[in-house]
Design a protein around this ligand. Structure first.
Ligand SMILES: [Zn+2]
Length: 62
């Protein structure tokens, strides 16, 4: 399982690709767990600041 840390001081929306191929927008500072709406896998979980991300970040939305 791969984690990607995005060093950004501001919160952003990120587009993350799940292992199942679903692309989902995730808030970079999510305060609750975000799961894939297709397969239910955890895509992001809160870690006190920027979220821990599980999946490939393909785009950062300002
Ligand atoms: Zn999925």
């Amino acid at each position: 399982m791969r984690r990607r840390y995005i060093p950004q001081p501001r919160s952003k929306f990120l587009k993350i690709t799940c292992e199942c191929g679903n692309v989902q927008e995730v808030f970079s500072h999510a305060t609750s767990r975000v799961t894939c709406r297709v397969c239910g896998k955890t895509l992001a979980e809160p870690s006190g600041g920027i979220s821990k991300l599980y999946g490939e970040v393909i785009e950062v939305l300002d």
